[in-house]
Design a binder for this molecule. Structure first.
Ligand code: ATP
Ligand code: MG
Length: 257
């Protein structure tokens, strides 16, 4: 089967620093695929190459078998590639619902039309409401985004992403800055997105609970390169991975197999 996403020898250099170095990965359609690795490993740079924010120095990116290496960011979004950012990007004075509706509308293809049919607006609101329900924010739809606690803002960010109805979601550290008791909620959201079907998730994550329990496959990066690739059990038992992570995987079942 054609992977939904594939990179071939993808490389990005910043001057002398090769942030992503000869990375070849395949992501299976419908899977949840984690990209892990220490700080500075090149994970965010890889995401920037996947969503079209950066042009690679060399190598190719394929989406559903199509070479999209030179397709710009906004066109990739229309193809169904959506990404979240490590840094939260919201309209603080607009309501939670408005933030999501704007995102739904931005990819609604008719955003330059001055007179929209009322029914279209209603459908954007409905789509936004649905996205809020997936992330569990339906109760806070009418409050300004600024009043949400940090964890709520991270959920809103996911709703904004979902409102554009992407088929491939690139999530860069969705639990960053979240209190540990909120992490299970995030995992439930991922499960809900998965249960909707037809979506593939690539997730950069430092929280090993999320990586080991919510993901089908894991790519481990270190110093810009792919160090290992496999199932959570395989990665948990990989000695090289344990060394790079300096015992972060210590308590995982199978980590010392
Ligand atoms: N725009 C840029 N210009 C120059 N160097 C950059 C740029 N973006 C990233 N780098 C460098 O590339 C390397 C990889 O950074 P990247 O942000 O991709 O790592 P990361 O794996 O996402 O790390 P973290 O876990 O800390 O988020 C780092 O050495 C970083 O300093
Ligand atoms: Mg990063």
């Amino acid at each position: 089967m054609t992977p939904i996403l594939e990179t071939r020898s993808l490389t990005k250099a910043f001057g002398g620093l090769v942030a992503v170095n000869d990375v070849s990965i395949q992501v299976e359609e419908g899977s949840t695929h984690a990209v892990i690795g220490p700080n500075g490993a090149g994970k965010t740079t890889l995401f920037n190459l996947l969503c079209g924010n950066f042009k690679p120095t060399s190598g190719r990116v394929f989406y559903r078998g199509q070479d999209i290496t030179n397709v710009p960011l906004h066109q990739r979004a229309h193809l169904g590639i959506g990404r979240s950012f490590q840094i939260i990007n919201l309209f603080p004075n607009l309501t939670v619902l408005e933030n999501v509706r704007l995102a739904a509308q931005a990819l609604g293809h008719d955003n330059f039309r001055i007179f929209r049919r009322a029914s279209t607006i209603v459908s954007y609101v409905a789509r936004a409401a649905e996205a809020l329900e997936i992330v569990g924010l339906q109760g806070q739809a009418s409050v300004p985004a600024s009043v949400l606690p940090h964890g709520g803002k991270r959920k809103l960010e996911l709703a904004i992403l979902l409102a554009a109805d992407p088929k491939l979601l690139l999530l860069d550290e969705p639990t960053a800055g979240m209190a540990s008791e909120q992490v299970p909620e995030l995992m439930q959201i991922i499960e809900r997105v998965r249960s909707l079907g037809g979506r593939t998730i690539v997730i950069v994550e430092h929280n090993m609970n999320v990586v080991m329990n919510a993901c089908d496959r894991i790519t481990v990066m270190n110093l810009g390169q792919v160090l290992a690739e496999g199932t959570p059990a395989e990665i948990g038992a990989n000695k090289q991975v344990q060394d790079v992570y300096l015992g972060e995987l210590y308590d995982l079942p199978g980590a010392h197999a």
